[in-house]
Design a protein around this ligand. Structure first.
Ligand code: NAD
Length: 247
């Protein structure tokens, strides 16, 4: 049985990924932070299509909540075989003079510590070293990890740089234990994240400068994630896929 956990799955890229994985036969843990109704709508959509999913409410930045979430997933669906570290936050664009320690810590605790905690719990279950059957992890980074997002969100970009390095290091650490760790780097994807993080007109301005002249859809990211998780990608680990319209 293929058992996946997708973090931040009540909307956006996480939602599209949870729905696609369920279509592909995974039983899916739909992690979400606080929107019960949105999470339930993902579960309902999966159930209506004949799939299997459960809602897992947890703040990925909170260690106790992450540990409890993995326990619940194991108890209700079975041992995890696929983890998608997707939940992330982005605050209003700003220059460094206005970056508070509170904001920096919040971004790092979700976008970095949260990914670490979920990787740690997944590895404990998947690793051959602990009697597990192996598995695959995909981390959702960002094109910003390499571009830096100057004058906009250097805090967010730095957090995604850490996600890239986590991917490389963990891939090497667990390769011998049956676990593959890969990463996608989306560019401009049409989700609610931009509604909260960007100045008016930013999306159109960014779009105009993209080689493909358009942003991407969450489903286009979900396809790459599902491929990296699948046996079709059995020799890929420590790999990065850019999904940024040529940026
Ligand atoms: P989104 O804001 O629509 O979704 C993010 C989800 O993560 C939300 O449902 C939110 O509630 C959840 N979340 C935030 N903090 C959480 C926490 N502490 N615990 C659990 N859940 C939490 O954004 P999205 O565009 O779908 O982003 C998904 C991922 O893709 C993020 O990691 C983001 O950084 C990355 N990304 C997005 C874009 C883009 O253009 N949309 C580009 C590059 C990377």
């Amino acid at each position: 049985m293929k058992i996946a956990l997708v973090t931040g799955a009540s909307r956006g890229i996480g939602r599209a990924t949870a729905i696609l994985l369920a279509q592909q036969g995974y039983a899916v843990g739909v992690n979400y932070l606080n929107n019960d109704i949105a999470a339930q709508s993902v579960i309902d959509e999966i159930h209506q299509a004949g799939g299997k999913a459960i809602a897992l409410k947890a703040d990925i930045a909170d260690e106790a909540q992450v540990v409890a979430m993995f326990k619940q997933l194991s108890a209700e669906l079975g041992p995890i075989t696929a983890l998608v570290n997707n939940a992330g936050i982005l605050f209003q664009q700003t220059t460094i003079e206005n970056l508070s320690a509170e904001r920096i810590n919040k971004v790092l605790s979700t976008n970095v510590t949260g990914y670490f905690l979920c990787c740690r719990e997944a590895v404990k279950i998947m690793s051959h070293r602990h009697g597990g059957k192996g598995g695959a992890i995909v981390n959702v980074s960002s094109a910003a990890a390499r571009l830096g997002a100057p004058g906009e969100y250097v805090d967010y970009a730095a957090s995604k740089g850490a996600v890239d390095t986590l991917t490389t290091g963990l891939a090497l650490e667990v390769a011998a234990y049956g676990i593959r760790v890969n990463c996608v780097r989306p560019g401009l994807i049409y989700t609610e994240m931009h509604a909260s993080g960007g100045e008016p007109g930013r999306v159109d301005r960014v779009k105009a400068n993209l080689p493909m002249q358009r942003g991407g859809q969450p489903e286009e990211v979900a396809e790459a994630i599902s491929w990296l998780l699948s046996d079709s990608a059995s020799y890929a680990t420590g790999s990065f896929i850019e999904l940024a319209g040529g940026r």
